[in-house]
Design a protein around this ligand. Sequence first.
Ligand code: ADP
Ligand code: ZN
Ligand code: ZN
Length: 806
Amino acid sequence: MVLFFCCITLKNFKSSKLNQKPYIIELPKNHSQMSYKKRKKKYPNMLVNIALPVPLYKTFDYKVHKDSLLPAVGCRVQVPFGRQTLIGLVIAYTQLEDCQIPSNKLKTITQIIDKNPIVDKNWLKLASWLATYYHYPLGDVIGVMLPTFIREGKPINVASPHWRILPEVLAAYLKEDTIPSQISARAYKQLEHYQNLCVFGEDGIDETQLSKHKLTKSYLQKLAEKQVAERFLQTPVQPKQAKMIESPLHLNNEQSLAIQAICDAKNKAGYQGFLLNGVTGSGKTEVYLQAMLPILANNQQVLILVPEIGLTPQTYARFANRFEANILLLHSGLNNSERLAGWQHCRDGQAQIIIGTRSTLLYPFKNLGLIIVDEAHDTSYKQQDTLRYHAANIALYRGLQHNIPVVLGTATPSLEHIKLVQDGKLTELALSKRAGKAKPPELYLVNACNKNTTYIQQPDGHAIDSRLTNDVVKTMRKHLQAGEQVLVFINRRGYAPILLCNACGWQADCPRCDSHLTVHQSQLNTQQPSYLKCHHCDWQAYMPTTCPTCASHNLDAVGMGTTRLTENLHALFANPQISKQIYPIIQIDRDTTRRKHSWQKIYQTINTGKPAILVGTQMIAKGHHFPNVTLVVMPTADRGFLSADFRSPERTAQLIMQVAGRAGRDQKTGKVLIQTLQPDNPLLLNLVKNGYQPFAQSLLNERQLLGLPPYTFAALIRCEAKNYQQTLAVLNEAKSLLPAHHQLAILGPVAATMKKKNNRYQSQLLLLSKNRQQLHTVLNHWWLTVKNLPVAKYIKLTLDIDPIAW
Ligand code: ADP
Ligand code: ZN
Ligand code: ZN
């Protein structure tokens, strides 16, 4: 095994983190059915070892009542714990001799919730590995991995609720297309529901899928009251084999080679990790689709991970157009019952294609055959609280565990993944050209100093700077007049990032965080008053009309967010007083897409292909395929090259290339205009002239020279408290407990990048090592000691392994 987690062995639950080592007894297959008498004879002193949702680095032994059967490993049980009752998961059995608690103090399991294990051995091994690698309590790991309802002890459904039209009503409908007399002609909604439900025939539709087909439970209930429809329980039947219903595209050479390599891995080695390194528009999705085909034909499941905001109706449609199969979508917007149903369908094999965000990787799967991580460089794959895992790493671990291929697809691989290729741990599959007839977009730098920018005349005579250069405005007009669409990218929502008093220099800051408040206002929609908002803690206030320190009226919104840019674009391209032709301007950010179906509406507008200007944050940067976008403008995208964070150039370059990749994805060549105040910035020049790959290599060389990740391995300890000095004191104490001769590089404790957030202070301590094993060996003992400090009981101390920001 050559993977990067080689230092962590897969030994069952004998991790050094568990100060109580469960003893695993090989039990006969039918052991859980064994009677007390037989059990007592065979295993006289057996206890059940249980992981409980408590933040303690140990598992707990319990006795089994003599009238009860033995719960199998992987079953949920209810137990007394102090004054509480908790639900835990059986993970092993222990011999009484090995238990440190005197036998008269041992408590008994009060209820066995599951007859059969709800998770398999592979899943339990994953939980154990996560606990060890991320130094997180096993019980809490399991808590993160299980859906809420399972954690709360809800029964695993063997049957799932469905809706259908009653057989005799359906028969009449099929024969004569009748409308039952119970539905009045004016009950449009009921009528619509009746007709929509008829389409699903006698099998009906799964209750969790209702909203996808525009069906609402309340109207179906009305139909049920009128004896037209019914809700019934359907026991799962194995799904029909997935069928290809759209003919595949004719592949280019590089695509064929990539698919061949994935299929070969599947047939020969089983596990292999691939980096599908394909420029934007190179047809990575077609590679996924065709690599999936033999897996689905073999009745195995395919898991496709997408970044948090990459999951769109378009993503779903591309898979649903190709395959007739049970496709499951799992995203953060699901409620608890939808999530539970999804979890069950992964587990029982009902779901054949699963498209999900980060946490889907923690689900149990009946028969997983392939894992794809789309846009694998995306930072949303890293969980930023509780169990701070990285989904791309876990994808590789699960691939190895299930012995199946894993494909990490991206146009802008992270430096970590490029290094894994160079170390021989990932196989690179390159797609260097755009698919079909599309050509690569042309990138240009535009000097944005204010003598080049276009000014907008106001009715009162003064002019405001649009922050778009004359050349950019001219080029935009040209593309719009040619009937094409233009995308303008700005990575900041709201109106402006700063409110400044020109008289005294006061700035509007968040009272709870170390950050400026963002100005939110909409002059286009005058009903909404302007307000200030903190993007870190959501604190809000109405916009002051005078400066709170000097009472001056001279307040200025400084900088530009999506709303202000949209406003400027309106003045330039949609003002009937200055131009004959008016173009729609579509603002796409978290504020405009919050409402249900708003994304869909925006898609529909864009997909008409009519000339329009799209203004968006990074929501619009990823994965989207808008064939008629031929021009991309980035007014301020180069800012990230000025940041002090050593990862910022990598992130900025990824974002620029992703956004640029939206241009010219069809027949017409795309153009990308990057406005900058530093046209000589060496990083920017390198990226624009040479492209992402050589740029990334130069960053890698620099990281190696400076001893930074991926050439070193990091663990970040954060301390959070109401008092800043206390956070430093705690981390200093922790630091003093590090073993002598630890050979790690230690930085800190220092204030976190954002020292104060939501009225709490944060400081951090960074441990770096050239050797991953060495780092974890130190952490194994030291972190437990730190967590056992008396102060750790009331102060938040967290550990982030392979952190992506510090
Ligand atoms: P990527 O994800 O690599 O950015 P997509 O998978 O979205 O690219 O593909 C871009 C476009 O190219 C899509 O419209 C897709 O249908 C098309 N395409 C992919 N492969 C081929 C091919 N072999 N021949 C013609 N068109 C293709
Ligand atoms: Zn002032
Ligand atoms: Zn705040």
